[in-house]
Design a protein around this ligand. Sequence first.
Ligand code: MSP
Length: 650
Amino acid sequence: MSFYITTPIYYVNADPHLGHAFSTIVADAAARARRLVGDDVFFLTGTDEHGQKVERAAKAKGMTPQEFTDTISGSFRRLFEHLQISNDDFIRTTEARHTRASQEIWRRVREAGYLYKSKYEGWYCTVDEVFVPETQLANGRCPDCGNAVERLSEESYFFKLSAFEGRLLEHYDKHPEFLTPEARRNEIVSFVKAGLKDLSVSRTSFKWGIPVPDDPGHVMYVWFDALTNYLTAVGYAADGAEAQKRFQTYWPASLHLMGKEIVRQHAVYWPAFLMAAGLAIPRRIIGHGWWMMHDAKMSKSLGNVVRPEAYTKVFGVDAFRYFVLREAALGHDANFTDEAFLTRYNSDLANDLGNLASRATTMIHRYRKGVVPYPERATEDRAEEQALRARLDVVIEAVRSHMTESYLFSAALREIWDAIALTNKYIATREPWALAKDPMKEGALNTALYHAADALRIIGALVEPVMPSTSERIRMMIGLAQSDVQPWKDLRAGGLIAGTVLGATEPLFPRIEQTVEELQNMSEQPASPAPGTQPPAVPAADERITIDDFMNVELRTAKVVAAERVPNSKKLIKLQVDLGTEQRTVVAGIAEVYEAEALVGRTVVIVANLKPAKLMGIESNGMVLAASPDGGKPVLLTIDQDIAPGTRVR
Ligand code: MSP
């Protein structure tokens, strides 16, 4: 069966973080699992490179949009390679093949009568690249990301989205599997039932987009072009028999996977565009939850992001993949903490899986010269052996279903870890080390060694979609060819061939003895900028920031209610500040100039939306502003008159 799976294509306005890596890791695990059940898989990921946001981000770095997108798209590609993503294609929306496909679908929609020209008057959020109806503004800002919106008034093509209300509702109704989880489905059904307005799908006020055919003053709305990437990659509008065949094989897509905030574009706009163009619509859409950090969605604009490389460097790529797939129950939000990471690593990976792999193989090396023994007739069908084999067969089936149908990777991993626990318990019950001391128990020892190694083989095969390198290393340890990925079709307990010569045993996951404290700062390390993206020290005139950039920094007055020097630090003072609505701890490097006690009662200015940072083990939630001459002492900003704490400074 053919199986076409996609991730969202990522905006190239900033380097990738865990949020982006997550969608691609989930899709990768699904693609790998589908390959293991014998599907003909086409797995696509890539970058979304047009739009005003990207145009502006490039300008701020003093680069042309193309230079800028080349750089950031490269960071995504490199990260995905590093994370062992097995994508079959990586699409960039600035490629010629994509311009061709986008213009083709545009023409088809136009010819079918679903496009008309009018004027768009209203609000636009450039961060999310969405039009925001006046009634949905939150204090004049984007209701989703909280950033400032811009007023637009320009000629635009409109797509007759309103014409698709009935057909969309009918589709959701007839195909309950089309959109999951249930909560997302309900949201979308209510959204459509509330009435669909026609959608502005072109812009005239900037250039960085795909030109509208026959009307080059307009570029396509970035979402119109972005969604079309799913068609481009499988050969839509491309010449040649190969492309046509690819399109027939893989379209409609089997599964579009994405974060919950962009389900609307995928479950409403996209099927409507496709229906308008007379094309089949995707079979399935899954909106997953968000990775959160410090109680907010991990995002570039908040700066609370995890860079995968910081973790893979210490724990390895497979441990990172395991952690994110185990912790995030698809559809629900998940919290990233270093404590959870370290615990999962040491307990699930080093202890449970690592110990099983090392015990099961070391014992065969020690007692049977590294050759898998035949299980003994007289002992192989005792209750424990039967129970272990039966359980493994059930787990194989459960994992297959979780990983290839419901995509509940966390549940699948729980099943696998139950099997690991059961196998470890089996080994503990059989005590091969005791059997080895008794020559009368040779047969029983063979049975125990065989069952432990066979269970390890199955577990190694089941973790492949999540931990491909670990799976490969297990194969090597149990004497299978490293490249010999075990298809799941034939996977059954008892399939290990006696007489197999094991490879060398190696520790899969060495215990990490560092404390959480020592690891803590990793999540706050910014990724090193890709070459060429570092801004010059003094920005050139045309790189001045916009008012929006400035407004992203939330400066507020704060009244110091307590202050003390941080022990063992020459420079740091820990301040407790009142922001009117809350109190916070802020650590400031001003102890060389100010006495802690003298600060109490003073009003200072702080950056209130700075991501937290640990300084000498204390979490600082904000930054106190001071004039800081190079090499000189900081001088606090003061406030001219009495003013309420928490007042915005702008
Ligand atoms: N370019 C659009 C998508 C176009 S698809 C035709 C876009 N890009 S994005 O760079 O903002 O990436 C959004 C996607 O990244 C989310 O839908 C989600 O898949 C992933 N994530 C980004 N931050 C995330 C979290 N904090 N948590 C989980 N995934 C998130 O929107």
